[in-house]
Ligand binder design. Structure first.
Ligand code: SF4
Ligand code: FES
Length: 258
């Protein structure tokens, strides 16, 4: 492991007062940044410096700082979550950068993720997609079967768990040239489609979630695969294929029933 040292960096950061402001890149110099610190700790350091100088600190999203919540969402040197792979911005370390380097930091860019302020974007479109169908009905009559008593094929359980590791960060959308949310929606559809508990709404779920995705203004998938490469949780493109199958079979079933 590389030993810790302090580096000086130049930051080019997107500053935007509010959703209506045009926004622009601003330049900042930062000294004595430990290579052991995380990227967000480096931004904390910058904000302390800005506050001491009587300037407005940079607004950016974060919460758990452990790669769980999906809040941290920065485009760093042209890559979602920065140059390391399989990590979120909060798990990125300053040892990935060199002394004297210039680092470009921008918010997610997508029509469906409007900028609120500086590096913060509004991802409530993801919440509305989830509300459209990412839930299961549970029998509360008193004759409910214990979930642990329902046998589930090991492969299906593993695939459902893998899909459920999606943290809703939006890196897939920000990376896709079409601004498509198919990887996210594919993961959310798959996590239910693979389990018996998810079968109750199966015929409606994919249709409702895809309809909401279209309504929110996300683009179409053209199978470029950039989303899979930049996803910090390794969500596989297989989930998009499964969602397409779920969507098609739901459509055929509903047309047959009509
Ligand atoms: S699929 Fe990956 S990149 Fe997209 S929201 Fe989920 S965790 Fe983030
Ligand atoms: S702050 Fe929660 S995943 Fe980064």
């Amino acid at each position: 492991m590389a030993s810790s040292k302090n580096i000086s960096i130049t930051l080019k950061i997107w500053r935007q007062k509010n959703a209506n402001d045009q926004g622009k890149m601003e330049t900042y110099s930062l000294k004595d940044v430990s290579t052991d610190s995380s990227f967000l700790e480096m931004l904390d350091l910058l904000n302390e410096q800005l506050i001491e100088e009587g300037k407005e600190p940079v607004a950016f999203d974060h919460d758990c700082r452990e790669g769980i919540c999906g809040m941290c969402s920065l485009f760093i040197n042209g890559q979602a979550h920065g140059p390391d792979s399989g990590v979120t911005t909060c798990q990125l370390h300053m040892r990935m950068f060199k002394d004297g380097e210039t680092i470009y930091i921008e918010p997610w860019r997508s029509a469906a993720f409007p900028v609120i302020k500086d590096l913060m974007v509004d991802r409530s479109s993801f919440d509305r997609i989830q509300q459209a169908g990412a839930y299961v009905s549970v029998n509360t009559s008193g004759r409910t079967v214990d979930a642990n008593a329902i046998p589930i094929n090991k492969k299906a359980a593993d695939d459902a768990f893998d899909a459920a590791t999606c943290i809703g960060c939006g890196a897939c959308v920000a990376t896709c040239k079409n601004g498509s949310a198919m990887l996210f929606v594919g993961a959310k559809v798959s996590q239910f489609a693979l389990l018996p508990q998810g079968k109750v709404e199966a015929s409606r779920r994919a249709q409702k979630m895809v309809a909401q995705m279209d309504l929110e203004g996300f683009g179409n998938c053209t199978n470029t695969g950039a989303c899979e490469v930049e996803c910090p949780k390794g969500i596989s493109l297989e989930n998009i294929a499964r969602m397409n199958r779920e969507f098609l079979s739901a459509k055929i079933t509903s047309e047959e029933m009509a």
